[in-house]
Write a protein that binds this ligand. Structure first.
Ligand code: HH2
Length: 262
């Protein structure tokens, strides 16, 4: 899943694809690089981000979805029912929902739904994330969302641990380490670590630096965690750098391919 932020303020690529033509060109480039899905978002969810009006978010997202949908599967990264509806009308077939609350909308529209775990809300979620047992709590939350979505009639349900959404570095690492528990829920797992700040901290530690490494220098960490997630059973990874991720994923392959034959 390639990330396409049609926003002025996303944490790693804000402003680069705010113009619809630039956004569509980047979306098509990711398709050529091997993306199976392009995830179009019109509102940043980075810590501290300011909310965007429904009309503005629709204005950003709809023309880009319309242009890409004939060429690739498009998901819409939104928490607003009206934006999800407009994007589906424009051709999106998957609602990527960081609030994990749009199951009725997905059911009504007859499209797939990604339920992502988040503690708190984007503006304040990184101030003091707290869990007794982060893995158990995230798994329980997503199991509950699967149940309500099944009851609502959603056929295609994805779950996502929400790396960096109300989570410390230690929380994120625990979730990656125990991804098998999410996989055990029996629904396809999506994981997004690409360019996230935990990687900036890890890469700085490994280089003996005091300051976290910036988003533009987090490629190796992004690829390492994406391939880790795929090897641990994730069905899709949400990434900014499609080509190197696809290449790394092809090298690693599914773990079943590692068994010696003959
Ligand atoms: N992460 C971001 C946004 N949407 N959706 C899912 N399902 N999983 C994620 O991990 C996830 C997500 C944050 O990354 P990005 O879109 O690059 O930044 P911003 O929110 O600033 O636009």
């Amino acid at each position: 899943m390639g990330v396409l932020n049609v926003t002025p303020d996303s944490f790693s690529d804000g402003g680069r694809f705010a113009d619809p033509e630039a956004a569509v060109a980047h979306g098509m480039a990711m398709v050529v690089e091997g993306a199976d899905v392009v995830d179009v978002g019109g509102e940043s969810s980075r810590p501290g981000a300011e909310p965007v009006s429904e009309a503005e978010e629709r204005r950003r997202v709809v023309p880009v979805v319309e242009a890409l949908a004939p060429h690739v599967r498009v998901s819409v990264d939104t928490v607003k029912p009206s934006v999800a509806e407009a994007a589906v009308t424009a051709g999106a077939t998957l609602i990527n929902d960081i609030s994990s609350s749009l199951h009725e909308v997905a059911a009504g529209l007859g499209v797939g739904w990604v339920a992502m775990h988040m503690q708190g809300e984007p503006r304040t979620m990184q101030q003091a994330p707290t869990y007794d047992d982060v893995v158990a709590e995230v798994v329980a939350h997503l199991a509950g969302r699967i149940e309500v979505a099944e009851a609502a009639g959603v056929d295609e349900i994805w779950v996502d641990p929400g790396i960096g959404f109300g989570k410390s570095l230690a929380h994120n690492l625990s979730l990656l380490r125990h991804l098998d528990q999410l996989v055990g829920l029996g629904r396809p797992v999506l994981v997004g670590t690409s360019r996230k700040s935990s990687l900036g901290r890890l890469l700085a530690d490994s280089d003996g630096l005091d300051e976290a490494v910036g988003p533009e220098d987090r490629l190796e960490g992004s690829i390492a965690t994406a391939t880790w997630a795929l090897a641990a059973g994730a069905s899709m990874v949400r990434v900014h750098d499609v080509l190197p991720t696809v290449q790394a994923a092809l090298v690693v392959g599914p773990p079943s391919s590692w068994d010696a034959t003959g």
